[in-house]
Design a protein around this ligand. Structure first.
Ligand code: AMP
Length: 281
């Protein structure tokens, strides 16, 4: 496995990799959710590349950029064990050349949910992913369903910019109690960690109600809210029952929906989601 830091080294190493190349973009502090993307890429591609970059432009001024957890040595050991071929660990200047003034932004689908809660977040995400796609020129790029809106936004960007890359979205990897693996789970105290299981329980409760005939969007939102309210440590930012492609909030009877939420527990905000109808979660 080759580990490179500067763009010129990355481009040189890229020419040695066989196509199709699968790219897994990450912010590091890797867990089994990230590993599942690398494994899927390993199965489907001749070569696998990973980026580790805590992208400053996707963090708001009040967010956790400075404290975001990092452990490069452990990340590289995990990637070596998973059989990655190439890892890019750039510095900020490698990704954002001094004096840069170019952004990539996607419109409607970035406005709601996480976009509303975190202004500017998706402009940072789409800009960095655009740069990563240019730097690696992969045939496939792997993302997690855990960040459902991010996956929708990136699919839209790739389609709109006529990019010859296939976006592959992989299932959410969860702890035994259903909590979605996330680098930010490391911020939770023991009590908060116990409470965090309620996100998955609320999604399950709504998905089970849907499976047994509760098709009204408002009824599903009500179940999400009521289940979260049973856990006093939680402060929901939003609960949503939305169209899985447009992310428009749904009203009335629904046949498919993306159930999603952002919930603060103490100082940590967690997001989770589940698809109902169609292909499931
Ligand atoms: P991050 O390092 O948080 O930017 O995540 C890098 C990639 O891993 C993104 O595509 C995430 O959606 C994906 N990911 C994060 N957590 C999980 C998880 N629990 N299961 C599956 N994919 C995940």
């Amino acid at each position: 496995m080759r580990v490179v830091h500067h763009l010129a080294e990355l481009r040189a190493e890229r020419t040695r990799l066989k196509d199709p190349l699968g790219l897994v973009p990450t912010m590091g502090f890797l867990h089994d959710g990230h590993a599942s993307l690398v494994r899927r890429a390993r199965l489907e591609c001749a070569s696998v590349a990973v980026s580790i970059f805590v992208n400053p432009t996707q963090f708001g001024p009040q967010e956790d950029l400075a404290t975001y957890p990092r452990d490069l040595a452990r990340d590289l050991a995990l990637l070596e064990a998973e059989g990655a071929d190439l890892v890019w660990v750039p510095e900020v200047d490698d990704v954002y050349p001094p004096g840069d003034q170019t952004w990539v932004s996607v419109e409607q689908v970035t406005r709601r949910l996480e976009g509303e809660r975190r202004p500017g977040h998706f402009r940072g995400v789409t800009t960095v992913v655009a740069k990563l796609l240019h730097a690696f020129e992969p045939q496939r790029a792997y993302f997690g369903q855990k960040d459902a809106q991010q996956a929708v936004v990136i699919r839209r960007m790739v389609r709109d910019l006529l990019w010859p890359v296939e976006v592959v979205v992989c299932p959410t990897v969860r702890e035994p109690d259903g909590l979605a693996l996330s680098s930010r789970n490391s911020y939770l105290s023991a009590g908060e960690r116990m409470a965090a299981g309620v996100l998955y329980r609320s999604l399950r409760a709504a998905a089970e109600a849907f499976a047994s005939g509760t098709y009204q969007a408002e009824g599903l939102r009500q179940i999400l809210r009521a289940t979260l309210a049973g856990e006093p440590l939680t402060r929901p930012h939003y609960v949503s029952v939305a169209d899985p492609e447009t992310l428009q909030e749904l009203q009335g009877e629904v046949s498919r929906a993306l159930l999603s939420m952002a919930v603060s527990i103490g100082k940590t905000t967690l997001i989770d989601n589940m698809l109902v109808g169609g292909e499931g979660s």
